[in-house]
Design a protein around this ligand. Structure first.
Ligand code: FES
Length: 69
């Protein structure tokens, strides 16, 4: 699970297509390469969080531990 530092109230775009060069965040590569659209979310608090890097989380963009199962 990648750890990222977020800023409370700031909006982020989580890549779901797998083509971003700035994973886990969207860099708009999906526009030309296809495969999905980003999940747009607003950070609820400041600090480091675990973000889904395996694609199995049912609570994307957040890690829910599914990578362990
Ligand atoms: S680059 Fe992957 S969703 Fe935008």
């Amino acid at each position: 699970m990648p750890k990222v530092t977020l800023e409370k109230g700031k909006t982020y775009k989580y890549c779901t297509c797998g083509h971003s060069a700035q994973m886990p965040f969207c860099d708009n590569a999906h526009v030309t390469k296809g495969g999905g659209k980003p999940i747009v979310f607003t950070a609820e608090k400041d600090g480091e969080i675990g973000i889904c890097g395996c694609g199995k989380s049912k609570n994307k963009p957040y890690c829910d531990g599914s990578h362990n199962s």
